[in-house]
Design a protein around this ligand. Structure first.
Ligand code: AMP
Ligand code: GLY
Length: 422
């Protein structure tokens, strides 16, 4: 099969690494990819949000399967455009992707499906939002309703902070157009865990557990990021919690989506908070998590292409995925300023040293995220630069291996968490 993978982050590098291992994969194209992926596929110079260009390329190159890594092309209707050309794609349609791209829609569906979630309301008018916040005295969370790379959320400790957050998002537009509508909701407390499943329209196949670390700083301090590291399996996701989440969240969601005639196929990512009152769903994402995908791909033993085809062809109930029983850990190496500064203020262009020495260590795999080649030198080109991953018989062995590998890598301003998997 000719496969085209869309995206350029470390999640996509991990997917490319796994797709390329499939006996079904004859040729792997990646648009736009990054230098790390150039070793396993053919890089195509098309941006991941250039829907018409991707579709044209897929037709011209007789692509049999398009795998969409990030949420933006899904929310822009890439899968619908490919479907119109009879090209198979892994990922939900535009309508399904609104579960992630539009938090107002997502809340509406959750309410309709009676899915446990934070009480909340959404607002298009800043005046109305401010009036509402003034009537509340519990801690609130203010969110941009649109796509904001996991950063469009302000956790507020009191109503004064919440009023500021409303103004910052709606007036000062700190999250850009994503904040033209906001969701204000009650602040929940508890550990966070995500559950990822493949969905084929009817059936859900729950993947092995993985947990990420969202805050920039050790001990979960500082601002939220896209994710600074991950580990799998995640002991918090017990068999009982998994079944409960499936029963209370996934199944009602699928029923409600089909009532809305949304044929959801692809990955569903449920971001949960384990509150005193049971698991509550904070958000849905319509794609693999980054860095959760990195640890899951390391542990997946089955053929990813076969699994994706089963999902597209609505026969997930007929497959069983095999997983490596060992533990996987991923440590994200980020650029100076990432997490703290606006994306355009993150320091980029720094030469990167030591990847080969790191990758030569036992059971270590290094996935590229924000990297680029400048005159033959590998340099940083984004916030999250590398995902340094390792397998181990125990979590602590996997962690030690990953951190030993991290020790071999350097670039100016490199920051990472020291407590991944702890
Ligand atoms: P979201 O993009 O909605 O998942 O929010 C990103 C992060 O913000 C979550 O992973 C949580 O850490 C935090 N968060 C979101 N909603 C709430 C809430 N209602 N209460 C407490 N924390 C929240
Ligand atoms: N790691 C969280 C996410 O991908 O949304």
């Amino acid at each position: 099969m000719n496969i085209l993978l869309i995206g350029s982050g470390a999640r996509e590098h991990a997917l490319a690494w796994k797709l390329a291992q499939s006996p079904l994969c004859t040729k792997l194209f990646i648009a736009p990819g990054n230098p790390g992926m150039a070793e396993i596929g053919i890089l195509v110079d098309i941006r991941s949000d250039a829907i018409a260009d991707i579709t044209r390329f897929a037709v011209d190159q007789a692509i049999d399967l398009v795998v969409v890594g990030p949420e933006d092309p899904l929310a822009l209707g890439l899968v619908d455009a490919l479907d119109a050309k009879k090209i198979q794609a892994f990922g939900p349609s535009l309508a399904g992707a609104q579960l992630e791209a539009d938090k107002t829609f997502s809340k509406k569906i959750m309410r309709e499906a009676l899915i446990p979630t934070a009480e909340g309301r959404s607002f298009k008018s800043m005046r109305d939002a401010l009036n509402y916040v003034e009537t509340r005295n519990e801690p609130l969370v203010v969110k941009a309703a649109g796509l904001a790379r996991g950063k469009g959320v302000v956790i507020c400790k009191d109503p004064v902070e919440a009023l500021d957050a409303v103004r910052n998002i709606m007036e000062k537009k700190i999250f850009g157009a994503a904040g033209s509508t906001i969701v204000v909701e009650e602040r929940l407390a508890g550990p966070e865990i995500s559950l990822l499943a493949m969905i084929d329209g009817h059936n859900a196949y729950i993947l092995e557990s993985a947990q990420d670390h969202k805050r920039i700083g050790d001990n979960d301090t500082g601002p939220n990021t896209g994710g600074m590291g991950a580990f799998s399996p995640a002991p918090l996701m017990t068999e009982e919690l998994c079944r409960r989440t499936e029963r209370e969240i996934i199944v009602p969601l699928l029923d409600t989506l089909s009532r809305h005639e949304i044929d959801y196929r692809g990955i569903l990512y449920a971001g949960l908070m384990l509150t005193a009152g049971g698991p509550k769903n904070l958000e849905f994402n319509c794609r693999f998590g980054d860095p959760e995908a990195q640890v899951l791909m390391l542990r997946l033993k089955s053929d990813l292409v076969e699994a994706m085809l089963a999902c597209i062809e609505k026969r997930l109930d007929q497959i069983t995925l095999q997983w490596d029983n060992r533990h996987a850990v991923c440590v994200v190496l980020a650029s100076q300023g990432y997490g703290w500064e606006r994306d355009d203020k993150v320091i980029k262009g720094m030469p990167i040293e030591g990847i080969s020495a790191a990758a030569a260590l036992p059971e270590v795999t290094v996935f590229h995220g924000g990297t680029a080649l400048h005159d033959g030198q590998l340099v940083t080109s984004g916030g999250r630069v590398l995902s340094v991953c390792a397998l181990g018989d125990t979590l602590s062995q996997a962690r030690d291996r990953a951190y030993e590998a991290v020790g071999k890598i350097s670039f100016k301003g490199m920051q990472y968490r020291r407590d991944i998997g702890q």
